[in-house]
Ligand binder design. Sequence first.
Ligand SMILES: [Zn+2]
Length: 336
Amino acid sequence: MEQGGQKDEAETVSSCANGKCNSNSKIVPGDEHDGDESSGGGNKRRRKRKSQKTTKRHVLMSFSELPDYMKDNEYILNYYRADWSIRDAFFSVFSFHNESLNVWTHLIGFILFVGLTVANITHHDKFFPVDAKSPGHVTRWPFFVFLAGSMFCLLASSICHLFCCHSHDLNVFLLRIDYAGITAMIITSFFPPIFYIFQCTPRWYFIYLAGITLMGTFTIITLFTPSLSSPKYRAFRALLFASMGLFGIVPAIHALVVNWGNPQRNVTLMYELAMAVFYLVGTGFYVGRVPERLKPGWFDRVGHSHQIFHVFVLLGALSHYAAALLFLDWRDHVGC
Ligand SMILES: [Zn+2]
C-alpha cells in the first residue's frame, strides 16, 4: 500500500518533468522552471519543491474539487482529504477533517469492546467446559463470537473511514470490508440469544445458527463478487441485508411459542428493543442525510448524519451486549 503512495509521487514528478502538470498534480505552479539541478540552487529548489509538495498534499479540499469516487455526500462541503498516501492518511487520524469523528466514534467503540472482551476472559475460564449444560458451567463461546463480530465491524469501519481517501481501488475494497464487517456484526449478534434460548434442544440452535451463518456468508460473497457489486444489484444487496435482520423474527416467535422461561425475559426484551430502535434511528439519519441536508456546510466536521449513525450503531451494540449477558446469566443459572 505504501508503495502505491510512492508510485503516485513518482508519477507526479514525471508528468511535470515533461512540462505538463495536470490538474491532479500535487506540485504547485512554477516548479517547472527549476533549471540546473546539479547546482546548490537546484538542491535548494528541490527541497523547496518537496516541502511545497508535502504541504499541498495535506491541504483539505472542497466537495467540488474531489475526484468522482469520493463524491458521496453533496451536503458536506469542505474538509475532504483525497488521493492522500497511506502514510498521510494514517497520520490524519490525529488531525481534524470531515472523517475524523467517523474514525474515532468506532475506534473508541472498538477499544471499548476489546476492554469488555478482556474483562470477560479474565473473569471466566469457561470457553469449552466439560459439562457445558449444567448450572454454573454454561459455555461462553457464543458470547465471545458476538464480541469478536462487533470488534471486527467497529475496527473495519474505522480503517475504512481513515484510508478511503487514498485511491479509488482501495476505496472500493475498503467499502466492501466495511459492509462485510456489518454482516459479521449481524450474524454474530444472533449467536448468544439463539444458542442460550435453544441450548437444551440443540437441533434448533443448530438450524438457526447454520441458517444465519449461510445467509451472512452468501452476503459477503456477493459483496466481493464484482458482477454483483454493480449498481444494478443494489436492491438485491439491500434485500440480503434486510433478510438477515428479519431472519431473527423466526427464532424469536419460536422462543415465545415454546415458553422461553427466563424470569428476566422482559428486561432482556427491553434491551433488544432498545437495540432495534438504536439501529433503526441510526439508519434513518444515514439514509436521510440529516442534519447536513438542512444546512449544507454547517456540519462538515461535527454533527453530520454518518457520525450520528455511528454513535447509534455503538449504542445498539452495547444494548445487545447487555442483553447477551442476561441470556448467558439465565442459562448459567437454570442449566438444561
Ligand atoms: Zn461508517
